[in-house]
Design a protein around this ligand. Structure first.
Ligand code: ANZ
Ligand code: ZN
Length: 808
């Protein structure tokens, strides 16, 4: 009898051993440099709550993948670090009354300890922390380069404002009109802002999605967010004035049906279009709209609006078109003005119905106009009617040609529009990278000289947000007041800080050269280790972080820092681990499961296995503590099988060999397709089969057990390493090659058997000897399907002999 499986002793022993002899060397046994494989985790922000079993999931998946690549002969770049600036860290610090730097440092320490419990092969020499001045020096450096290239600019405009976090937010941080962080309703506030011109990269960000091996879902989210559309800008002269209003439309084919025009209340001409009679109403409407939050404005509720009193002329047919204001038109999309075609657009139809505006149909399914339209006809297919020279044309054809026709007529031009907005990059908060800009009364905005970077975040007495739209840094006179680096005049520092996304947009580049004082990353290191081959993390970053990182990488490519344009070749999004009934784990719900106790009760290997066994890795899964028992029992069974077999030293039988090849084949296939939960069930099934065979054979041969051990090692590294050693090996199991399989060796023997109906042979089929009854019956049924006319009353299968259906 073997000694029982003792996870505590085994795991403690190998933890120490691996510390001394890391399993992921850069060179192979013959001293040759291995090829690199960069497997990256989305780095955590060091929250005070520590890790729960949901965080573990992603890290286990990435470690399994890393160790698999290790066994495939790669040197695996597998770093970890801390996304430690930003609102969560700061809000916590304020709540607990401690300085964010202190609480952050403490949280990092705790979480690092918890992460080390996973026993992943992280290379801690590569560690980075976004709040380390030696790191944010380069975050600031990138900003300065962007400023020099005109990609960072200053502008005052109404931005998204979270009244609870007391800061401005990027569009991407507003989810359904609410602050992504705290859930408060977002309002508008006029503020001076720093903006990054990400729109300059819209086309490249869209096109290069094709190059990426990413989930289609994520690519679609990004392309929808970039939101490219083709259409036309059409100019409508204002009646009785020299001015023109330009509208953006994706449906210039419907121009004859434009019966009124609507401007966003913020449109530059909105107020000036009012007349003596309408002035008061117009001004009130503009004021009310400015006080409304985005949610109010965008929600699908009854339309509001006001007539300006002015008209413009439809440039195609000379019709007089009343100009209205309404907040369903957004100020910052297209031109902020639209031509309204109520017959073919739902929102316009609703507006026209409410305010009794004319509805003119210009597209009809059959070429005949409808008597009374009760709803908009929104399809872009049909025959043009009421459209002068365009009558009779196919609308889908016209839709494509109209922009160019309009251009020829000199009343507008073909245009492309993007939904993507420039990125609001300043935050009125303390805990972030200071924006390295000096405002000089003579020279304007001057970047902090590069040799003065990092521009350190000063100590403050109160780091609470002021709510005035200024960051707490504005209160520190010694810091704010400075000299202009160009002309020496008295100048003031920028007091806004960068958003949390600043550091995370490029941190993966720094890992591979994290101590470099001269450059963000050296050319040699960059070409040796970058880009990232596999990126693993949650799907919540589909737009924000993943879009920003792509933008940063393209910019750094353009200025020659890196020689690739896309940072992450492959992406895997793991699903969330939830509490019972799919409820998100949170402290307030009291359903958070900490890994710490499970590790101590069952061991790291069991928890790793259960994190994967809990469900398909790309889907959300409900956590159930009891499930870990199952994988723990499996490890015990495998342990016993391995050690008992070692004592017996049996020779491999054909059955054992065949099963071994099949096991390698199936585990590899499932692993390659990221079906990690079925890898674990596969281990369980094969182990059971081997245990059954061992009952008669006395044990399982050495090669089979060793093969299974190598296969198991990425999943349960400690137990695998221990068994490997018990089998007499001096070197680590992670120096082995991932096992290969022989397809011919795993084929089952086949037999030909008759398929009968009521005892009469109707066909003969070839089936595997190990086929189950269900499989045999199904195969038999299929081959004689056309001959089965009655009801089957009985199905008989005699293994290796006969399939018979009794029918009535
Ligand atoms: C006339 C028209 C007729 C339109 C029709 C649609 C259907 P996407 O695809 O999103 O680009 N639009 C333009 N600018 C707008 C703004 N600032 N706020 C709200 N709506 C705006 O859609 C472009 C269409 O949305 C444009 O085409 C315009 O309405 C509207 F049968 O113009 B359309
Ligand atoms: Zn100056």
């Amino acid at each position: 009898m073997s000694v029982p499986y003792n996870h505590k002793a085994i795991e403690a022993k190998w933890r120490v051993n691996w510390e001394k002899n890391p399993v992921n060397p850069k060179k192979d046994l013959s001293g040759v440099e291995k090829r690199k494989y960069y497997c990256l985790d989305m780095f955590p922000y060091p929250s005070a709550n520590g890790l729960h079993v949901g965080h573990w999931r992603g890290y286990v998946i990435s470690d399994v993948w890393s160790r698999y690549k290790l066994l495939k002969g790669y040197y695996v770049v597998h770093p970890m670090g801390w996304d430690a600036f930003g609102l969560p860290a700061e809000n916590y610090a304020i709540k607990m009354g401690v300085h964010p730097a202190d609480s952050t440092a403490k949280n990092v320490q705790n979480i690092k300890k918890q992460i080390q419990d996973i026993a992943a092969i992280y290379d801690w020499d590569m560690e980075v922390n976004t709040t380390d001045p030696e790191f944010y020096k380069w975050t600031q450096w990138i900003f300065v380069q962007m400023f020099k290239k005109g990609l960072a600019y200053e502008k005052e405009f109404p931005i998204n404002w979270c009244p609870s976090c007391k800061t401005g937010l990027a569009n991407e941080e507003v989810v359904n009109g609410k602050c992504e962080r705290c859930g408060s309703e977002v309002t508008k506030k006029n503020l001076r802002q720093w903006i990054l011109r990400i729109t300059e990269y819209a086309e490249r960000l869209l096109n290069d999605l094709d190059k990426l091996d990413w989930p289609e879902k994520v690519k679609k989210m990004q392309s929808d967010w970039i939101g490219k559309s083709y259409g036309a800008e059409v100019q409508f002269p204002v009646e009785g004035s020299d001015e023109k209003i330009t509208v953006y439309t994706t449906r210039p084919d419907t121009l004859h049906g434009a019966t009124f025009m609507v401007l966003a209340p913020e449109h530059a001409m909105a107020a000036s279009l009012s007349t003596d009679e309408t002035k008061e109403d117009v001004e009130k409407y503009i004021y009310d709209a400015s006080m409304k939050s985005n949610v109010d404005r965008l929600q699908d509720k009854e339309k509001t609006g006001v007539f300006t009193g002015s008209y413009c002329i439809n440039p195609l047919n000379g019709a007089k078109v009343p100009i209205w204001l309404s907040d369903y038109v957004l100020a910052d999309y297209g031109t902020g003005a639209i031509m309204c075609v109520p017959a073919h657009d739902n929102r316009d139809f609703e507006f026209a119905t409410k305010f009794h505006l004319p509805i003119v149909q210009v597209i009809s399914k059959d070429g005949k106009a409808t008597e009374n339209m009760t709803e908009a006809y929104t399809e872009a297919a049909g025959i043009m009617v009421n459209s002068g020279e365009w009558n009779g044309m196919e609308s889908s054809v016209l839709k494509k040609e109209a922009p160019h026709m309009i251009e020829k007529m000199g009343i507008g031009k073909a245009t492309v529009n993007y939904k993507l907005r420039d990125w609001v990059f300043s935050r009125q908060r303390y805990w972030g990278e200071p924006i390295p800009i000096i405002h000089c009364p003579k020279c304007g905005n001057v970047p902090v000289p590069e040799e003065e970077l990092p521009l350190r975040l000063p100590e403050v007495e109160s780091y609470q947000p002021t709510g005035t739209g200024e960051s707490p840094l504005a209160a520190i006179d010694e810091w704010v007041n400075c000299k202009c680096p160009v002309c020496g005049a008295d100048a003031k520092r920028e007091t806004n800080t960068m958003p949390q996304w600043a550091g995370s947009s490029w941190y993966f580049l720094r890992y591979v050269d994290n101590k470099n004082k001269e450059a963000l990353v050296s050319k040699e290191k960059a070409s040796e280790y970058l880009p990232v081959d596999m990126y693993i993390g949650g799907v919540e970053h589909a737009v924000l972080h993943l879009l920003y990182s792509r933008f940063y990488t393209k910019f750094l490519y353009d200025i020659g820092v890196v020689d690739f344009e896309e940072p992450f070749q492959k992406l895997f999004n793991q699903g969330m681990i939830t509490g019972k009934n799919g409820i998100k784990m949170s402290k307030s719900k009291g359903n958070v499961v900490s890994p710490d106790e499970l590790v101590s009760d069952y061991g790291c290997d069991s928890l790793r296995m259960y994190e994967l066994f809990v469900g398909p890795p790309e889907l959300d899964a409900e956590w159930d503590d009891r499930g870990i028992d199952g994988v723990n029992r499996f490890l015990k069974r495998f342990w016993k099988l391995a050690l008992d077999s070692k004592a017996t030293d049996v020779k491999a039988t054909p059955e054992m060999m065949k099963l071994r090849h099949k096991m390698v084949y199936e585990i590899t296939q499932r692993l390659e397709s990221f079906s990690l939960n079925t890898v674990i069930s596969g281990f369980m099934e094969y182990t059971n089969k081997f245990i059954n065979i061992a009952k008669n054979a006395g044990g399982i041969d050495k090669e089979t057990i060793e093969t299974a051990t190598v296969l198991l090692s990425p999943f349960a590294p400690h137990i695998a390493e221990e068994i490997w050693e018990q089998y007499g090996h001096k070197d680590t199991v992670f120096r082995q090659q991932w096992p290969s399989f022989d397809e011919t060796a795993m084929k089952d023997d086949e037999v030909e058997i008759p398929v009968q109906i009521n005892g009469k042979t109707r066909a003969v089929i070839s089936v595997s000897v190990s086929i189950t009854k269900e499989e045999a019956i199904a195969a038999g049924k299929e081959i004689i399907a056309d001959k089965l006319t009655g009801t089957i009353v009985k199905e008989i299968y005699v293994p290796k002999k006969i399939i018979n259906f009794v029918q009535r």
